[in-house]
Write a protein that binds this ligand. Structure first.
Ligand code: SF4
Ligand code: SF4
Ligand code: FES
Length: 518
């Protein structure tokens, strides 16, 4: 261990600890910084994290200095503050200071530092500033304002070292130096929106989020991306039951600090016009909305026997209830997953999984096999209850096979299965409910309700428990905690895991016996 003094506090750190991390612990907050990022190679270009070390003639950059025994460090001395002020002043010379129309306002490193150091006005007139390109579209998702850039090079290092696509660079020198896109390239790698996250200022902003909402109005709900089997941890930023963006949440075991662009835009589905908002039934060729009592009557008159098809897009708790319901209504052994070909795509070595569903592992835990499309079609007949997914689109011939009986669809969106169904029940999207997904490694992660359900859409587990209560004498769980206790008692792969105590962010380790990385 190494003993040193930071801002008058004597502290001990393990050998090799960076002075940046030691100062964070001593101060209770990070040193000012632009170029430092824990997951990117060192750059040392902004010099904002300088500290004073007694006995050293010059100020020292903290993040590439390791702690030494006997060091006496000052992070808030007048020398340090003067140096920081000079650096900030230099940035302000040509910065447009257009915070009132900048999406980054409220979470901007430059704005924060100026507030801290009291430098509210630039000492250079607007007309004398070096002007650079503004609002330049540099890719499908990102827009660049060169005047706001502080040349920290984080975005350049991200594209060089994380995606390896090298679309961005710093060109020219002196006050003409500017961030830019490499000739002939677009910032169109599948992770491009992470550059917006790591840009400490409003130079890189999201085309999707642009001018939609002031960030201080947003509430954040920790959850999990439903876009693939990786299960990146995310924060759902929302206000007044509307989601405005997803941001990655740090989880060293799952996604680090990144997420893919496709997953980041998954939230749009929640508010899509194709959402189902009321129960529908078909009379002859006509389909119309009904009140709940009539829907229950229709469900009660369904013939027993048939097939129940579950989607890997549903939560563990929901799948447990649906498997039970399917066994009661259609028969033991008459419950399965959707066509095995569904929800497959290209994966990569970074985060994106070739399995584009969030909870296929739970289907396997419940013994719900996923037959090939042709096999699924051969099984369809009688009452066919589809819960999520779109087997009509994914398995040619499924609609025709199901038309011999009654097709019931429990789902969130109008899709081909919904169109073919005689009875449609509107359910909740992932951001409208609490539940658990098991990712490809079997990690149990909680999705959390961030926004209200639209119209008459039902909370899935309550609807399923209600239906089960009408067709069996079995007592049904009164709340989600009780259901979760039931799940851990009945699903051997999660036995012994307290499903009611999953952390708000981060995942519980792979339960014993559930296998390793899929
Ligand atoms: S665009 Fe942003 S992340 Fe890139 S160098 Fe400029 S300030 Fe840094
Ligand atoms: S890698 Fe998968 S889980 Fe992660 S953000 Fe993308 S789609 Fe979502
Ligand atoms: S954050 Fe320390 S030099 Fe940039």
């Amino acid at each position: 261990m190494v003993k040193l003094t930071i801002d008058g506090r004597e502290m001990e750190f393990a050998e090799g600890t960076s002075l940046f991390d030691a100062c964070r612990e001593a101060r209770g907050e990070a040193l000012p910084h632009f170029c430092y990022h824990p997951d990117l190679p060192i750059a040392g270009v902004c010099r904002l994290c300088q500290v004073e070390i007694e006995g050293m003639p010059k100020l020292t950059i903290a993040f590439n200095t390791t702690v030494r025994d006997g060091m006496v460090v000052h992070t808030r001395s007048e020398r340090v503050r003067k140096a920081a002020r000079q650096i900030l002043e230099m940035h302000l010379i040509n910065h447009p200071v257009d915070c009132p129309i900048c999406d980054q306002a409220g979470e901007c490193g430059l704005q924060d530092q100026y507030m801290e150091y009291g430098l509210y006005e630039s000492s250079v007139e607007k007309d004398e500033k070096v002007h650079k390109a503004k609002a330049q579209v540099i890719g499908p998702h990102v827009i660049l304002d060169k005047e706001r850039c502080v040349l920290c090079s984080r975005c350049v290092r991200f594209c060089d070292h994380v995606t390896g696509t090298s679309e961005l660079g710093i060109f020219n020198r002196g006050d003409r130096a500017e961030i830019g896109i490499a000739p002939g390239k677009d910032l169109n790698n599948p992770y491009s929106l992470n550059t917006v996250d790591i840009c400490p200022v409003g130079a890189l902003t999201s085309r999707d989020f642009r001018f939609k909402k002031r960030v201080w109005l947003l509430k954040g709900t920790p959850s999990v991306c439903p876009g693939c089997a990786t299960g990146c941890n995310v924060r759902i930023d929302h206000e007044a039951d509307r989601i405005y963006r997803l941001k990655p949440l740090y989880n060293a075991e799952v996604n680090g600090r990144w997420m893919c662009d496709r997953g980041r835009l998954e939230y749009r589905q929640v508010h899509a016009e194709s959402r189902l908002t009321e129960p529908l039934v078909a009379d002859g060729d006509e389909r119309h909305a009904v009140e709940w009592p009539e829907l229950w009557e229709r469900l009660a008159s369904l013939d027993r026997g048939g097939l129940a098809v579950a989607s890997p897009g549903q939560t563990l708790e929901e799948l447990v209830l649906f498997a039970r319901l399917g066994a009661v209504l259609c028969g033991e052994g008459k419950v399965c997953g959707g066509p095995t070909e569904a929800g497959r795509g290209e994966g990569d070595d970074l985060l994106i999984s070739g399995d584009r569903t969030p909870n296929r592992r739970s289907l396997a835990w419940l013994g719900l096999e996923e037959p090939a499309g042709a096999d699924l079609v051969a099984r369809a007949g009688g009452t066919v209850i589809v819960y999520g997914g779109d087997p009509v689109a994914e398995a040619p011939g499924f609609a025709e096979a199901a038309a011999h009986g009654t097709l019931v669809y429990l789902g969130t969106h109008r899709n081909a299965t919904c169109e073919a169904a005689r009875i449609v029940v509107p359910m909740s999207a992932w951001a409208e409910k609490d539940g658990i997904f098991a990712n490809k490694a079997g990690r149990l992660q909680a999705v959390r309700r961030a926004v209200a359900r639209p119209g008459e859409a039902r909370e899935d587990w309550r609807f399923l428990a209600d239906w089960l209560g009408r067709v069996t004498d079995e007592p049904q769980p009164a709340g989600l905690p009780e259901l979760r206790r039931l799940v851990s008692e009945t699903v051997p792969d999660v036995a012994g895991v307290d499903l009611n105590a999953l952390p708000a962010t981060g995942a519980v380790p792979v339960p014993a016996g559930s296998g390793g990385e899929a």
